[in-house]
Design a protein around this ligand. Structure first.
Ligand SMILES: C[S@@+](CC[C@H](N)C(=O)[O-])C[C@H]1O[C@@H](n2cnc3c(N)ncnc32)[C@H](O)[C@@H]1O
Length: 324
């Protein structure tokens, strides 16, 4: 694991000589992730065992009241996470499109190597989930179809293939114009938490009038909105600088995706794990929503820390209504 100053300046880096696994001693009671006082007493009885031993926590490059960030290969950290200790995993790995993510990442693997690599970290994600926990995997349909089949073999329960519509995808000669990413949603058995999200009744951008007549049943509809669909066409692209770190302009998902995932599958005080931190979207949303989090990023974590400490990144507007 690479040590990096928590203030985000990467002036002096010290590499730990000790392999991470060797540092992980006996399991200890976790000082922070015990429980969160609040309106969800069900969670208070879930026990206070830590997802990570204290010796591992001491190697985090950043700690907050809610989370711990590790600069490492996720395949080094995931084996150290205690089984059945995480409520939701969200994973947005590199898509094997030959992008340059730095020296430590091969984003141009053969198809079979890429799938084997995904299976390696996915197996850990399944292991660390509590029974009833949720797993989300954001990827190209080409990969998610294979990863979904693998998760079904691992006895995970399929919930949804969520299509996230993206208008910015380029056409490919000889194919249909790709216009969505896939978000796999599986649970480890029956979900412990599934909170219904409602989205506002669609209105015309120009006249403000409602677009659909709902087959004459409009009056009977819930005023809080319609149940969230498995096609998300309302996710804004992350283009403008104010939604990104100034020093990392790519690889940031919209906060709206993470808000939905986290609201749908967790309650305050739950623990979320993201093995591919990127710009830290998952972690800033967790902080705001009072979920505990564990994050891993193999590249520089300076941008994530900047985002977490300065609060300089804006959230996309989100009018979802979450039912309790
Ligand atoms: C697509 S980006 C994630 C973006 C993130 N969801 C966000 O919204 O900010 C994937 C990230 O995974 C990181 N990564 C790639 N291989 C990794 C590995 N083996 N372990 C940990 N992180 C890795 C890359 O450096 C990159 O930042």
């Amino acid at each position: 694991m690479t040590q990096e100053p928590a203030d985000g300046r990467v002036a002096r880096r010290r590499r730990s000589r000790e392999p991470l696994g060797a540092a992980a001693g006996g399991r200890v009671e976790y000082p922070r992730m015990g429980y969160l006082p609040g309106r969800h007493p069900r969670k208070l009885s879930r026990g206070t065992k830590a997802p990570l031993p204290a010796a591992v926590l001491s190697q985090a490059v950043y700690n907050s009241e809610f989370g711990h960030l590790f600069r490492s290969d996720c395949l080094q950290v995931l084996p150290l996470v205690r089984a059945a200790s995480i409520d939701t995993v969200f994973a947005d790995p590199p898509f094997n499109l030959g992008k340059d993510y730095g020296k430590r990442i091969d984003d141009r693997r053969s198809e079979s190597d890429y799938i084997d690599w995904c299976k390696a970290w996915l197996s850990h994600c399944v292991r660390v989930l509590r029974p009833g926990g949720s797993l989300f995997v954001y990827n190209l349909p080409k990969w998610n179809i294979l990863l979904g089949a693998f998760l079904a073999q691992e006895q995970m329960e399929f919930r949804h293939w969520i299509s996230i519509e993206m208008s910015a995808c380029l056409p490919i000669p000889g194919r249909l114009h790709p216009s969505h990413y896939g978000l796999l949603y599986f649970t480890k058995g029956k979900p412990t938490t599934f909170r219904r999200i409602r989205t506002p009744i669609a209105k015309c951008r120009h006249c403000g009038g409602e677009i659909k007549d709902y087959g004459g049943h409009r009056a009977a509809m819930n005023p809080k909105g319609v149940t969230l669909k498995d096609v998300w066409s309302d996710i804004p692209p992350v283009r403008h600088w104010k939604f990104k770190s100034k020093s990392r302009r790519a690889n940031a998902l919209s906060t709206k995706i993470l808000e939905r995932v986290i609201e749908m599958s967790t309650v305050p005080g739950d623990v979320v794990l993201d093995p591919f931190g990127g710009s830290g979207t998952t972690f800033v949303v967790c902080e705001r929503k009072r979920r505990y989090w564990i994050g891993v990023e193999i590249g520089s974590c300076a941008q994530i820390v900047e985002r977490l400490t300065t609060g300089s990144i804006e959230f996309h507007s989100n009018e979802d209504y979450v039912e309790d």
